[in-house]
Design a protein around this ligand. Structure first.
Ligand SMILES: O=C(O)CCC(=O)C(=O)O
Length: 213
């Protein structure tokens, strides 16, 4: 974590478990910039594999800069559109300079979009690296549930909130963004540290036949 960060630890269920939260104050996302990003969402819902079935995701999703393997499918990376650099740069400066791939999720409250409970796949990610997300638009809930255990803890994510899920917390907890009763729009911009091609490429990724630009 970069030294000048203003991240606050938010405790989970066990004394030593935290996620970290901060807020971007260095710049704004004006409504026109949010709209421009909103209109970058793919026309179709990507397909994922769940319990042996191929189903559309209940939100729009797109990877940028690095392919991302998720729920049995691969989101093929698109070139990063204008308007995303500022978030990646902020995260690189305040969280981890190695962050090199983005995944956007677009949640439209009118369609009750959500992401179900999951732990991020770590094949292709640098071991020990954080997962950092900027929230834009409507306030939504991030729900964390222990992988082994009961109950959950909710955190409110506002416009420009930044959440960091450390690597071991992603191993030990599920996370999800449940459906909302509000009709607003939210975009999450998640950055991860991907291994790049070469000696560091993980066996798991080679096994999956994934290639990264
Ligand atoms: O939208 C969010 O804040 C969470 C996104 C997420 O969990 C994911 O992309 O794996």
């Amino acid at each position: 974590m970069a030294e000048r960060s203003g991240f606050r630890p938010l405790p989970l269920q066990h004394g030593e478990d935290f996620i970290l939260i901060d807020e971007i104050r260095d710049f704004e996302t004006p409504p026109a910039a949010f709209d421009a990003l909103w209109h970058q969402h793919p026309a179709a819902y990507p397909k994922i594999r769940m319990m042996g079935k191929t189903i559309p995701t209940p939100r729009w999703q797109q990877a940028y800069l690095q392919d991302y393997a998720f729920a049995g499918e691969v989101s093929r990376a698109a070139p990063m559109p204008p308007g995303l650099e500022c978030y990646l740069e902020w995260l690189r400066l305040h969280v981890d300079r190695r962050l090199n791939g983005l995944l956007l999720n677009w949640y439209d409250g009118r369609h009750r979009h959500y992401i179900g409970r999951h732990r991020d796949k770590t094949a292709g990610l640098v071991a020990g690296s954080p997962i950092a997300t900027v929230s834009l638009g409507e306030e939504r809930t991030l729900r964390m549930r222990p992988h082994h255990g009961k109950g959950y803890i909710d955190f409110r994510l506002q416009h420009h909130s930044v959440v960091v899920i450390p690597y071991h917390i992603n191993r030990d907890y599920y996370h999800e963004v449940p459906p909302s009763t509000h009709e607003g729009r939210r975009i999450s911009v998640t950055a991860r540290v991907f291994e790049t091609n070469g000696p560091g490429e993980s066996t798991a990724r080679r096994r999956q036949g994934l290639r990264f630009a």
